[in-house]
Design a protein around this ligand. Structure first.
Ligand code: GLY
Ligand code: MN
Ligand code: MN
Length: 448
């Protein structure tokens, strides 16, 4: 039995009915703009490793998942024609080598005309005959799987759908609250394993057990970093050995429910009060930035504003010397905090549409000097995004400041002190509201 957390919210079925209406309306609009009559959305298929007969883990097309919570249904299709009940071509192969998808079941089934097929040869009969009026959305590694549809992933339609996905439905918000809760459960177990002196590998295993995810089910590879490993932004090595001295723990790990992700980071000190004080400052700063989130805010300004706030924190923590403007201009804050403040979150951890100004696909570039910012558009009600400020000792970046005007604005002795701890990041998942925000992550921890 693989628990999926949905029993925790009996209202999901009712909310899903409204969700599917929204998804259909988005596709009505996308089809009209693309001058097409039918959307054929492919779930995808597992891919073989090079020169091998084993497959990489299957990852479903996020467009398919936006219709139905079916994350493990390869070779299947949703066919949508405006005004008609969507058809789900549900592929259930005759296969005695693998576990095949069970009979369709769940609150989502009533919204579809479900057609179970047992062979890929039976799929074509369920597709619209006028293929020239179809658009296909999905990854078609094999052309035959597009069944003669020539318009594959047309930009007009895809841009409309990606832009729309930035704003979540009530159903999606409910599912994401559950994903936050699932992730928080794992974080509590991981902290306990850290306090018990476990290795990164064993902390990871404690996390996976608590959230009941296999590695491929995690929304992204867990970042479980002891000591200086915390300075590697995407550290995923999972050291099997317990280090000689355990000083710090940075964990960036999420969970998923029905294909929607949480993305949560916490940092812990193993008793050192000075490092704990730095964590507390970052935690307070993160909450203060979250307090600025509301509809209408330009996320680029939030990101640059964070650099100003971080500059003050760096001075208070004796890591830097100077006024905030100087620390920004000379690149000191960017050397300590080289990644973006956050990103849209949803079916994809770094959800699509973060750079789109509109549904036509006009791109808003990140501000100059901040190339890694994944979210540049103005915030709207019911977007879900992360706020994840960090500060790290990344020697590769700090060394670049030597011989520049920035050099004298860094307190190198404090940098030496911090290096063995790696760094600090605090990350929460936030729903944008008209005049404020909902903190999915902190609310989830509070519910445990
Ligand atoms: N876990 C990846 C990120 O925080 O963006
Ligand atoms: Mn993130
Ligand atoms: Mn993260």
């Amino acid at each position: 039995m693989n628990p999926d957390y949905t029993d925790k919210n009996p209202a999901l079925g009712a909310l899903y009915g409204d969700h599917i209406q929204t998804v259909m309306a988005r596709h009505d609009h996308a089809l009209e703009q693309a001058g097409a009559s039918h959307a054929v959305i492919y779930s995808g298929n597992p891919k073989l490793a090079f020169l091998d007969d084993y497959h990489h883990p299957f990852k479903a097309n996020p467009h398919f998942v936006s219709w139905a919570p079916l994350t493990a249904l390869p070779f299947s299709y949703i066919v949508y024609t405006p005004g008609s009940t969507p058809v789900l071509i549900y592929y259930q192969p005759h296969d005695y080598w693998h576990v095949v998808p069970g009979a369709p079941g769940g609150y989502w089934t009533s919204q579809f005309d479900v057609r179970v097929v047992h062979s890929t040869e039976d799929i074509a009969a369920h597709l619209p005959e006028d293929r020239e009026k179809c658009i296909a959305i999905g990854e078609f590694a094999d052309e035959a799987l597009a069944f003669g549809i020539e318009r594959v992933n047309p930009t007009t339609a895809v841009n409309i759908l990606h832009f729309a996905r930035g704003v979540k439905t009530e159903y999606e918000l409910a599912v994401m609250r559950l994903a936050a809760e699932r992730g928080a459960t794992g974080h509590v177990a991981a902290e306990a394993a850290f306090r018990a002196g476990k290795s990164e590998f064993d902390i990871h295993r404690a996390y996976c057990k608590a959230v009941s995810h296999t590695d491929p089910e995690l929304p992204y590879g867990n970042i479980i970093a002891l000591n200086e490993h915390g300075a590697v932004l995407h550290y995923t090595d999972l050291d099997r050995d317990v280090p000689g001295a355990i000083r710090s723990f940075l964990i960036d790990a999420g969970a998923q429910v029905h294909g929607y992700a949480s993305d949560i980071t916490r940092t812990y000190s193993n008793g050192d009060q000075r490092f704990q004080d730095l964590i507390d400052r970052m935690d307070a700063m993160e909450l203060e930035i979250i307090g600025r989130v509301q509809a209408g805010i330009d996320y680029r300004e939030l990101h640059v504003g964070t650099h100003k706030t971080l500059a003050t924190l760096l001075v208070d923590a004796e890591l830097a010397i100077g006024d905030p403007e100087t620390l920004l201009e000379t690149g000191v804050t960017s050397a300590f905090f080289p990644h973006g403040l956050g990103h849209l979150l949803g079916i994809q951890v770094h959800d699509v549409g973060g750079h789109q100004e509109n549904e036509a696909g006009t791109i808003i570039d990140p501000p100059s000097g901040h190339p890694f910012l994944r979210l540049t558009r103005a915030l709207e009600e019911d977007m879900v995004l992360t706020i994840e400020p960090g500060l790290y000792v990344i020697d590769m970046l700090l060394e670049n400041l030597r011989g520049t005007p920035a050099e004298n604005h860094v307190n190198w002795d404090t940098v030496d002190w911090l290096r063995p701890y790696g760094g600090v990041r605090v990350e929460d998942d936030i729903r944008v509201m008209a005049n404020g925000q909902e903190n999915l992550t902190r609310d989830a921890f509070a519910r445990l």
